[in-house]
Structures are given as C-alpha cells and as structure tokens.
Design a protein around this ligand. Structure first.
Ligand code: GCO
Length: 432
C-alpha cells in the first residue's frame, strides 16, 4: 500500500474555525519559529481539500495519512463540535469516492490550548481527555476510516516539547519530558481500548519515529552513550507499547526524573496493536558527554537534506531489524519517510531530482528489509505537499507538490511525477 502523509496543523489553516492549540500559542511567541511565520493559514487545506484529494487521486496513491485537529472537533467542555467534524466527514467522503484509504492520526501535536492551561501532558488528566476525544470522534468518523493511529511520534511531543524547548509548549526540563512521555503513552493505551470497541474492524495502532543509534567511536564510553541514546529515543516508546516496560535506562535516571507510574499503567499502555507505524528519516551518531546521557555528533562528509539530516537509507533496514530482534511485532507500515530539499520553482516547474533519488534509495532499502523478512505492508511519503515545518516555519519544503504560500497555488514537482509513474507501473502490473 502506497500513500502520502500530512498533519492537521501543518496544512489545514482555518484557525478561526477552531479553538486555539498549543502551536498557535507557540507561533505567537516571538523567537519560537525560525522565519517568524504562523500555522494559522498554512496550505489553506480546509478550503482547498477537494483540490488536494484530486492531486492524490491523480498521483495514484492507495492511502492518505492525515491527522485530526483535536481543537477543531471538540469543545472545551468535552463535547463534540459537529461543525468541526463536518470538515473531516467531507474529506473522508472525498477520499472514499476516489478509492483512497484513510489513515487518521488522532494526535499529531496540536493539543487544545485549554488543556495546556490545565497542565497539558504534565497533567495525568490529559490522557483521559484524549480517551474522551477518541471516543467521540471515532463514533462519528469511524465507518469511513480504514486505520486509526493514536499518537504520532510521542518522542517529539515529549522530548522536543518539554526537554529541548523546540516544540510547543517549549519547556527545557528532562523530568518534565519523562512525565509527559508517560502520560502520552497512557493516553495511547486508553485510546486503543476505545478504538477496539468503537472500530473493531479498523487497523488500529500507533506511529513512532525510530532511528538507529550509532556510536561516534569504538570506545567503551561512546558505545555506552549510543546504547543510552537508543533506550532514550527508541526503547522508551517501543518498549512500553510492545512489552509493557520501560528500558533499563529508567534505573539510571536521577530520582526526580523518574516518571510517576501508577499501578496498572504499564498494562494499559501495552495494548494489542493492529499495526505499528514507523517514521524514518535518518540515523543518530552519539558520543559520551559530561553531565549528559549522550551527545549527538555530526559526521562530516555525509550527504545531507536541507534539514541537515544525513541521508542514510540503510537505517531503514537497521530499524526494521532492530524491531524484529527485540519485539513480537504487528504488521508494520512506514508511515513517514521523506526529505526537505532546496526546491526552486522555475518556469512553472520544480526539478527535485535529489528527492527522487532519496525515495529511490529508501524504497530500495525497504525492499531489502522485506526480502530479509520484515512484515511491511505500506509506505507513506512525507509529504503530499510543502507545509508548515514546525519551528522552521515555511522555510523547509518536504512536499511532492510545491505550494506558493502567497497564492496557495499547487505545482507538482518532478518527484510527484516519478512517484506517479512508479505507482502506475505497479498498477498496470497488478492488472495483468
Ligand atoms: C515528524 C512529523 C512531521 C514532520 C516531518 C518532517 O516526523 O517530525 O511527523 O510532522 O513534518 O517529520 O520533519
């Protein structure tokens, strides 16, 4: 199954038709977004979704992964906002009419601000509010959705947002990040329980971002640092979800950084999964550092994307091997893979051959992983179109489709055409 992915805050716009989210507040805070921009308009997708669905139909994808904006579909009193839901009903109808399967993510980082005002993910109650939201929205949209994911990349919602200060709400405290991570994981478990009841025939799961963690040198210290990084970045999320336990790193944390885990929480978090979504972008290289668990280093001389991330296709094979070595796995979907490149529109065309090469290399790696036994059922390119790249604003372009943010004009890039012909070849084959 081949698809493209987006997320609500990054594309939707129509901010005035919903409640504020933590990302609105973050954008309003000077200095938080590199280019000083705001996600309030983004790709104006709420008005232009028909055109965007038509682009997907023309691309020939089997599936579309998007996220639902919690502050669009829920009122602050925990009741459903039927007007907000209508947008998703229309979007889902558009997808279904075109035979495109809907992969809906419930939380891709846009927490309602009113919940942040009550403590956000540091407040255990937020996990129960997530369950309430999941229940309400899955009852209304359930019949039209092929697959539900509870969370997208809880690592980012916890670490980037509470420890590194790069994402909303922008704290810099590791103890906070560990507590937020626990409540996020709890919300996943509570959400899964509801999805199993409301949507027993859907493919229900979670999306994690995973990366191989390499040591900067063969020294014992650097290898130990890479091992800690792996536990902190990968195992901290995959472990609880798939085995009901945090990695051993938890015993090395100072007491005040150990999250408050209540009785029964780990059982709640470890629910049977219909699928595991894996987002893959790059590897990490780590060394030991004074006063830190690990420190990441840039390896000179490697090819980089416009994000400064190393292009490392073999990492996809490594991540899938790592998962199957460690866990009993449900079927896997690569729910994001892609690259920001320095795209230029010239004469109405965008020649992004470096992105085409990126996709070719990663799909070839995926083929090797599948040949080696990985049970991968789908692959989603990030992203359908250029969009609001979080703290980088509109300065980074990941799309198969170029967006002119002044006019909202969409222009397909050469990577879109390459993806389209790849899909066409495949469809022609399956027709034979
Ligand atoms: C993520 C998110 C996306 C990003 C993409 C590029 O993986 O961080 O799911 O929202 O835009 O990954 O950074």
């Amino acid at each position: 199954m081949f698809g493209v992915a987006t997320s609500s805050f990054q594309i939707e716009g129509a901010a005035e038709q919903r409640l504020p989210s933590i990302w609105d507040t973050f954008c309003d805070t000077p200095g938080r977004i590199e280019d000083g921009s705001h996600g309030a308009t983004a790709c104006d997708h709420v008005s232009r979704y028909r055109q965007d669905v038509a682009l997907m139909a023309d691309l020939g994808v089997d599936a579309y992964r998007f996220s639902i904006s919690w502050p669009r579909v829920m009122h602050a009193d925990g009741k459903l906002n039927t007007k907000g839901c209508d947008f998703y009903l229309r979007l889902l109808d558009g997808l279904n009419e075109n035979g495109i399967r809907a992969f809906a993510t419930l939380y891709h980082w846009d927490l309602p601000q009113y919940l942040e005002d009550r403590g956000g993910w540091l407040n255990r109650d937020t996990a129960y509010r997530f369950q309430e939201y999941t229940d309400a929205v899955s009852r209304v949209l359930g019949e039209r959705v092929f697959s539900w994911a509870t969370l997208n990349e809880p690592l980012c919602s916890a670490q980037l947002a509470y420890e590194l200060g790069m994402h909303a709400p922008g704290f810099t405290d590791r103890a906070m990040a560990k507590q937020a991570a626990h409540h996020l994981l709890l919300s996943h478990g509570l959400g899964m329980q509801v999805l199993r009841q409301n949507c027993p025939n859907a493919l229900n799961g979670i999306v994690l971002n995973l990366s191989p963690c390499h040591a900067a040198s063969e020294s014992h210290e650097d290898r130990a640092a890479a091992f800690r990084a792996d536990q902190d970045l990968n195992g901290w999320y995959a472990g609880p979800v798939l085995t009901g336990a945090y990695p051993d790193l938890i015993d090395q944390l100072p007491a005040h950084e150990v999250p408050d885990v209540q009785e029964g929480d780990m059982e709640t978090i470890c629910q049977p999964l219909g699928f595991l979504g894996v987002n893959y972008y790059s590897r990490g290289v780590f060394r030991a550092a004074q006063g830190a668990l690990y420190e990441d280093v840039a390896v000179p001389g490697k090819p980089l994307t416009d994000m400064g991330w190393e292009i490392y296709p073999e990492g996809l094979v490594e991540v899938l091997e790592m998962l199957s070595d460690r866990y009993d796995l449900p079927p896997i979907y690569i729910t994001e893979n892609g690259a920001a490149m320095t795209d230029r529109i010239e004469g109405g065309a965008v020649e992004d051959s470096s992105r085409i090469r990126f996709f070719e290399q990663h799909l070839a790696a995926l083929e090797r992983a599948i040949a080696a036994g990985a049970d991968v059922r789908g692959y989603f390119a990030w992203s359908l179109m250029d969009n609001f790249e979080w703290s980088y604003g509109y300065s980074k372009r990941f799309g198969l489709v170029y967006v002119d943010y002044e006019t909202q004009e969409r222009t397909v890039k050469s990577s879109y055409k390459a993806f389209q012909s790849m899909l066409k070849t495949r469809n022609d084959r399956s027709a034979c």
